[in-house]
Design a protein around this ligand. Sequence first.
Ligand SMILES: Cc1cc2nc3c(=O)[nH]c(=O)nc-3n(C[C@H](O)[C@H](O)[C@H](O)COP(=O)(O)OP(=O)(O)OC[C@H]3O[C@@H](n4cnc5c(N)ncnc54)[C@H](O)[C@@H]3O)c2cc1C
Length: 393
Amino acid sequence: MNPAYAANLVNRRDLKPYLSSDQFEFRDSVNRVLTRHASPEYIRHCDEEKRFPQELVDVAAEQGWFGITLPEEHGGIGGYLDMAAYLEIVAYHTIALARFWNANVNMCGGALARFAPEHLKSEVLPKLAAGKAWLAFALSENGSGSDAASLTTHAVADGDDFIINGTKMWISGAVQADYILTAVRTDPNAKKHDGISLFLVPTESKGISINPIDLLGGHAIRTCEVVYDGVRVSKDSIVGGLHVGWKKLTTVLSKERIALSAMCVGGAQAAIDLARWYANERKQFGQSIIDFQTVSHMLADMQTRVDAARMLAFRAAKLLDEGETCDVESSQAKYFASDTYVQVATDGIQIMGANGYSAEYAMQRHFREAKMFQIFGGTNQIQRNIVARALKS
Ligand SMILES: Cc1cc2nc3c(=O)[nH]c(=O)nc-3n(C[C@H](O)[C@H](O)[C@H](O)COP(=O)(O)OP(=O)(O)OC[C@H]3O[C@@H](n4cnc5c(N)ncnc54)[C@H](O)[C@@H]3O)c2cc1C
């Protein structure tokens, strides 16, 4: 693919109201590192072999990228515009690294930084920022997805400890995790949204088993069932206070939507650039297929949608950095960007014909990976519910 396309993404004019020259330079450096270490062949290999991209994660750790948005006193740096600027470029090259970063830093690191007791912060956050400890976030269960607060995994007090029993589903990156931030019911008599607590559970604890699940895409970061069979954890591993975990969780979830929207924009831009390159190269009836108006108009619509999604993503990140509430804006960004990614990948396959459908090209992977984003982080129907609720007067 034409390397000038990635350079265009790094330096987009429409991001000037959002990013400083330092942040543009940072995007440039992320792009240069990933151009070297996340080749299309490597990314394809990890996806096809269901192989964790260890070498790439090591590079990201060396670069200090796992510290982005974490507190400076624990080895972190930067805010949510830095995150969006970074994740867009990462996802352009690799959704796998972007997803792993999001689960570790945004979901778990973010929750620990805000709500964990000091001893847990100083034990875990510097290791996370340095890429020496990994985390996964376990909320969903078989019976509780969109209705996440109806979770049934429970913890019962036993002296200074709690004993956890239950099964979590669809947990991204659990295979690599040293700790799983786990939402459990601690007060069975409280109302649904009350009586939930967050525990930071070491995966080496006796009674934990982690079983990868086969999915349509996202194979490099395995999504897992996690079984807790009488897992004993200290009361000191509670994050955010006993019985009040749900309120804490909701603040983490809106940040996740912004991260996911930036990732969708980067992934969708990569899909467009591939389709654009192909449409310029591919000749039929004696001309490049981009000279057929039906093809060029598809590309025009794809780019316009992605540009709009980008503005929603950066608007939400800016609001968050400025300390404003952005529940609605982050939901808008998440559902619009992921719907856009799916649309762009679908049209990208059409533009590339049989080659778009072939494993030889990345377009089919975009198609499979884009679909995940309409489901996790709260389905797009749930995001629309949030936006619609705000419109009701
Ligand atoms: C690749 C992948 C990775 C994931 N990683 C994690 C992870 O790391 N940690 C974690 O905890 N979870 C994870 N999840 C789980 C994810 O968060 C859930 O799949 C998601 O919340 C939806 O839940 P569900 O699949 O049970 O669907 P359901 O809640 O059963 O929904 C089924 C359908 O009904 C619709 N629906 C449900 N309720 C409503 C409503 N009120 N209004 C309108 N429509 C509604 C949904 O939009 C959906 O279309 C992951 C999922 C995937 C696919």
